[in-house]
Design a protein around this ligand. Structure first.
Ligand SMILES: [Zn+2]
Ligand SMILES: [Zn+2]
Length: 399
């Protein structure tokens, strides 16, 4: 078992912060070159001898067919379910994608193998759950931190809904596959990680001002993952093996931190709310959806600029009083300003994103300028969360 999983399990069982941590069912995590070679033995140990590989044409070519070959050579029965794009649109976690999976899955399957990036994992997560079967994560790109998540975001009738389903029972992150990922997906994973520089501040704000749950050990796990990415940005930008390994480790660490915490607070703050806002706009317009991490990375630049300028000034000069939240802002003024100081400058986030080839302006995401301002004004309404964006829009601006 990999040290990341051991660390997460230790926090889940030993942390005495008072928060009710979630136990991790996952019992195997392999990360490295040839990590996939551990899979046949794992399946035999568990008696999971009939598998369905879920992939798309690209991920099947890079990884799926090798996995199928490896398993068949070890006496495991393999069914392939290759998901297709919908006309000109990319594969989405929606009714069409799920329909393909339900039709393509073999009835006698013991376990599903998600061989792909975020969308393949979301589809496999919800379908396996509905079939009452476990699934195993085999990421082919270090593009998101949600591989180990329980939540499956699915688009139904054009609207995104997140269903609580199941986490994978095991994860095999093979660097032979991951190092072949397109640069845009590496940049997206890096963007999703940089998002923690504002999500961790929002989490502390929500705990301080609104008594939302908090765990120092989970905070530390997520913060370490972020620091690792920022310190090794050059290697990640070079897409060399060490860079891809570190980014993958950071994404897995962030995902496990969320899993044991049982809520998305550590990894998702106002920058993710902006990203969700844009995602819904793209769904309505039918435009090509930019990668999750590409939106999050750019949103992190905007939130950093907003927090370090307007929010900082408002907090410094804020005179309102009355509601419990307003009183709390008064009481914690100094601490709030200190938290804002821990956020990297927007220009530094931009430089890091640029070095990896990530989106750094609205045009890179094909995002209308009006949607940028609109999201900054309204995105906090999407989630019940006391972020600094919420405080700014609902309380500080009116003072
Ligand atoms: Zn994310
Ligand atoms: Zn704790």
């Amino acid at each position: 078992m990999n040290h990341l999983l051991k660390q997460a399990k230790r926090v889940a069982s030993e942390c005495e912060c008072g928060h009710e941590h979630q136990w991790i069912e996952m019992d195997e995590l392999q990360l490295g070159r040839n990590a996939i070679n551990y899979l046949p033995e794992y399946l035999h140990e568990k008696g999971l001898l009939h598998v369905t590989i879920v992939a798309d044409a690209n991920t099947y070519a890079v990884a799926g067919q090798l996995v199928a070959q490896l398993l068949r050579g070890r006496g495991i029965d393999v069914e392939n379910c290759i998901l297709k794009e919908q006309g000109a649109l990319t594969l989405l976690a929606d009714e069409h994608g799920l329909g393909q999976l339900v039709i393509g899955a073999a009835k006698e399957t013991d376990v599903f193998l998600a061989v792909g990036a975020g969308t393949i994992h979301d589809l496999t997560r919800i379908a396996s759950y509905k079939f009452g079967k476990p699934f195993i994560a085999i990421p082919t790109a270090p593009s998101v931190d949600g591989f180990t998540s329980m939540g499956a975001p699915v688009i139904r009738d054009g609207v995104k809904i997140t269903f609580q389903t199941q986490a994978p029972i095991a994860l095999f992150a093979d660097l032979d596959f991951l190092t072949q990922a397109p640069r845009s997906m590496v940049a997206a994973g890096f963007g999703d990680m940089l998002g923690k520089s504002t999500s961790l501040v929002d989490w502390q704000v929500s705990h301080m001002l609104n008594d939302e749950p908090f765990c120092p050990a989970v905070f530390h796990m997520t913060k370490s993952a972020l620091t690792m990415c920022m310190e090794h940005a050059d290697e990640i930008a070079a897409c060399n093996e060490q860079g891809i390994r570190l980014l993958t480790e950071a994404l897995i660490m962030s995902g496990l931190a969320m899993l044991i915490f049982g809520h998305s607070h550590p990894a998702s703050g106002a920058e993710h709310h902006l990203s969700h806002y844009w995602e819904m706009a793209f769904l309505r317009s039918g435009g090509t959806q930019p990668l999750h991490g590409a939106k999050v990375g750019y949103a992190t630049m905007l939130i950093s600029a907003l927090y370090k300028n307007e929010a900082r000034k408002k907090i410094e000069t804020f005179q309102g009083e009355g509601s419990p939240l307003v009183n709390s802002i008064h009481k914690h003024r100094e601490r709030l300003l200190m938290l804002i100081d821990t956020i990297p400058e927007s220009s530094d986030i931009q430089r890091l994103l640029e070095s990896v080839g990530g989106a750094v302006k609205s045009a890179d995401l094909a995002l209308a300028d009006s949607l940028e301002d609109e999201a900054l004004e309204k995105a906090h309404k999407l989630r019940e969360r006391c972020t600094l964006l919420y405080c700014l829009n609902e309380h500080l601006k009116t003072s």
